[in-house]
Design a protein around this ligand. Structure first.
Ligand SMILES: Cc1ncc(COP(=O)(O)O)c(C=O)c1O
Length: 400
């Protein structure tokens, strides 16, 4: 092992660092962009609706109209909920599990779901909660590898649906093409008229560089006659405040009835005061987009810092994604050393998302995929964290 590398690493270890790049969170400067929400005065009444009381279970009119604009779906298909799109997704799954017709998911024998990889650990956790087996399909440049998808569907019965992030996929940043989404609709529809297309559009408005055009997923579902099988969610968690924004869902027919039913058992109504504040802050999608340009200006330099460090690594050590939006960089090592890199970084107290988290059951078969979340920490800390990462990756490669 190169002595210079080891002494560099030992020097990091002696610095008493404590840096966490595990989760994709906005930093304080990004949150400051929405501070007007903190002091915004609103009237207690919105027309006849008393915002302070129960009522409007699917969201106030303005907030549903904003959701319709954001998701390009008719307002009648929109639910505007509380702060978490993940919760809306969970509620959708739970309602399918308990009440889906003709057969509730709990009564399906050996139920399965398609999960593109690398993917989002909380999606995997949710499916595990419901005892649904996850079948992985790789992501390629323009979306899902449809050949592998078709093959896996042919080989498996009782596949209930797919959950995917169609723009700036978490963590590898793919932006699905219209063609990829349309073909996905047709493959899934042919497989089963109950196959659920669950699109988690968490990064719908989170471009920080020019991004290829994408027709709204709901519009593509209309064109492919799959709205009855399609659910799209998004939220303002990384637009205004994490845990303090709004969430939106577009759904139709049975799925819309199911989400209304399950939510009726759980929440009498969402926080209408916060909804009103948000619709005063953002009149429409174009106001949201203008706001997101300010986020982009804060995020972009962080990604550039990360690239500057990563480009020092030889391609035979590993390669990294360069997304045009979202919150993550994916590093793929050539050798199966992802867990070693995480361990080495931990020795220097630079915390990374555990190796394997990008795959169902925490098992990355190649042990080579890591997620780097550069947004939350300061630029100075990020420079140090990336220096540690690159050193650790080189050491693990030399050892491996
Ligand atoms: C793909 C994806 N979906 C959902 C979420 C969480 O969204 P929310 O705060 O609206 O529940 C995240 C946050 O990291 C995410 O990356």
């Amino acid at each position: 092992m190169d002595d210079k590398l080891i002494s560099k690493f030992n020097n990091f270890k002696s610095q008493g660092l404590s840096i966490d790049i595990t989760r994709g969170k906005p930093d304080a400067a990004q949150l400051d962009l929405a501070n007007d929400l903190l002091s915004m005065n609103i009237e207690p009444f919105d027309g006849n609706v008393d915002l302070r009381n129960y009522g409007e279970p699917f969201g106030i009119q303005d907030a549903r109209a904003l959701g319709a604009d954001v998701l390009s779906a008719p307002i009648d298909n929109i639910i505007t909920g509380e702060q978490s799109s993940l919760m809306l997704t969970y509620q959708m799954m739970l309602s399918k599990y308990l009440f889906a017709e003709p057969l509730s998911w709990k009564d399906v024998e050996a139920p399965k779901f398609i999960c593109p990889v690398p993917g989002f650990d909380r999606h995997f956790r949710m499916l595990e909660d419901f005892g649904i087996e996850m079948i992985t399909v790789p992501l390629i440049d323009d979306g899902i590898d449809l050949n592998v998808l078709s093959d896996k569907l042919q080989k498996n019965s009782n596949v209930l649906g797919i959950i995917c992030v169609p723009r700036h996929s978490n963590p590898s940043g793919e932006v699905y093409s219209d063609d990829n989404i349309s073909k996905l609709f047709n493959i899934g529809k042919k497989y089963s008229e109950d196959f659920l297309f669950l699109f988690d559009h968490a990064y719908l408005v989170h471009d920080f560089l020019p991004t290829k055009d994408q027709t709204a997923v709901w519009k593509l579902a209309e064109q492919n006659s799959t709205t009855n099988q399609t659910v799209v969610v998004t939220s303002f968690s990384k637009v205004t405040f994490g845990g303090g924004g709004l969430s939106f869902m577009a759904a139709a027919s049975d799925n819309l009835d199911l989400i209304k039913r399950i939510r009726g058992s759980m929440v009498i109504c969402p926080d209408k005061v916060n909804q009103k504040r948000h619709t005063k802050f953002f009149k429409d999608l174009s106001a949201v987009r203008n706001h997101m340009k300010k986020h982009a200006d804060l995020i972009r330099p962080k990604f550039e810092i990360a690239y500057k460090a990563l480009e020092k690594l030889d391609k035979n050590v590993g390669e990294y994604s360069q997304p045009t939006g979202g919150y993550f960089i994916t590093f793929k090592s050539q050798k199966p050393i992802a867990s070693n890199i995480v361990e080495l970084c931990k020795e220097a107290v630079v915390l990374l998302t555990p190796a394997g988290a990008t795959h169902p059951y925490g098992k990355d078969p190649k042990n080579n995929t890591l997620r780097i979340a550069p947004t939350f920490i300061s630029e100075k800390e990020l420079e140090i964290a990336m220096d540690v990462f690159v050193t650790a990756a080189q050491m693990a490669h030399n050892q491996g």
